[in-house]
Design a protein around this ligand. Structure first.
Ligand SMILES: NC(=O)c1ccc[n+]([C@@H]2O[C@H](COP(=O)([O-])OP(=O)(O)OC[C@H]3O[C@@H](n4cnc5c(N)ncnc54)[C@H](O)[C@@H]3O)[C@@H](O)[C@H]2O)c1
Length: 342
């Protein structure tokens, strides 16, 4: 196993989650620097990292030649240029979702990774969570009959998090909540139910100062015959459950719930969680089959990245998978534009 030298590009809200994960994988990685034009943010993340003498850089370009890989955690409109620059400098890339703003950008990034023979993985954390994997395994065991419907709901209050800056503009976010965050639901659905045949969405502006929608619902028909629905709000006055995914099989409803115990938007990586899977069958009380404190822990996602670097295997969430996911959201937006639903 090689120990990779790594840099972190972008030291905002999500960066402490990555720092925690990398700290847990010190046998696989040594972080040399953390970069952000906001010097205080770069210093804060550098100080969080367990490696000795992590440098805080104002410009990530000053560090690219010294590392094997980078984690890119920047606003969405910068995913394309920063990824291209890192790949061209010879770095493997772990890039936060969503992949890019357009399919042309996505194609460019996939082509550049191929041309440079570097690994490009998109961070879609739910697939790498143990409880999501257990949820999928229960469905696929066939013990409860055939899956026919998936129902996903994210109920969030992001009033403290989305107050301005790049989050509120379509040109920098890429759309609204459906483009930015509903992929956390849709990716799990694609992973379980396969390719999408049709998708349509409706959006609402409940109160965040965003150009795009802060609330979105969608319906999806998968080529496998499964139907799916997503509901997502960033403006919930009283979030009940942060993340819920229900799988309707012929003989049981299987439910995955992930619940922060405090305010995720405010507490960030310090927030504690509870995860649970329940199975409900006709005529029986719903029973809990898994309970854990797993939340937005990115350790398994990062471990997968390093495993792929070691073996040369394609990441589970490589450019092609992330492009497909992006296309679902863009197709849904196109449909909503025609019907006036967003
Ligand atoms: N997986 C998840 O659940 C999850 C949650 C939140 C955010 N994200 C993703 O993480 C990424 C960052 O989001 P965030 O919430 O941390 O945003 P943020 O605004 O809090 O942080 C972005 C940081 O990037 C920095 N930055 C801007 N230009 C830069 C540059 N040229 N070089 C280096 N740094 C630069 C900004 O100064 C800022 O500190 C986005 O892709 C977002 O979708 C993922």
């Amino acid at each position: 196993m090689k120990k990779y030298k790594m840099g972190i590009i972008g030291c905002g809200w999500i960066a402490p989650f990555h720092a925690q994960a990398l700290n847990r994988l010190r046998d696989r990685v040594e972080v040399l620097w953390a970069a952000d034009p906001d010097q205080a943010r770069a210093e804060a993340i550098a100080a969080m990292l367990a490696d000795a003498e992590v440098e805080a850089l104002a410009d990530y370009r000053d560090g690219l030649a010294r590392v094997d890989a980078v984690a890119i955690l920047v606003p969405h409109h910068l995913h394309h240029p920063v990824t291209l620059e890192a790949l061209r400098a010879g770095c493997h890339v772990l890039l936060e979702k969503p992949f890019a703003l357009t399919l042309d950008e996505a194609d460019d990034m996939i082509a550049e990774a191929q041309a440079q023979a570097k690994t490009l993985m998109v961070a879609l954390p739910h697939r790498y969570r143990k409880s999501t994997q257990a949820f999928k395994a229960i469905i696929e065991s066939g013990d409860y009959g055939k899956l026919f419907m998936l129902d996903g709901f994210m109920d969030e209050d992001n009033r403290e998090y989305i107050t301005g800056g790049w989050f509120v503009k379509k040109a920098t976010l890429g759309g609204g909540v459906y483009f930015s965050a509903s992929p956390h639901l849709i990716d799990v659905m694609l992973w379980i139910a396969g390719e999408v045949r049709t998708v349509s969405m409706v959006g609402a502006r409940a109160g965040l100062p965003m150009e795009g929608e802060d609330t979105a619902l969608s319906v999806i028909k998968f080529k496998s015959g499964v139907v799916g629905a997503t509901r997502h709000t960033w403006f919930s006055p009283k979030p009940h459950r942060w993340y819920t995914m229900r799988a309707y099989c012929q003989r049981a409803v299987i439910t995955l719930e992930i619940q922060p115990l405090g305010s995720l938007a405010v507490e960030g990586a310090n927030c504690q969680f509870k995860s649970k899977i329940t199975i409900g069958e006709a005529g029986q009380d719903e029973r809990v089959v898994l309970e854990s404190d797993e939340g937005l822990d990115l350790t398994e996602e990062a471990r997968h990245f390093f495993d792929c670097l070691d073996s040369g295997a394609r990441p589970q969430t490589d450019g092609a998978v992330a492009r497909e996911l992006m296309k679902v959201a863009l197709d849904a937006y196109r449909d909503a534009e025609i019907t006036g639903a967003n």
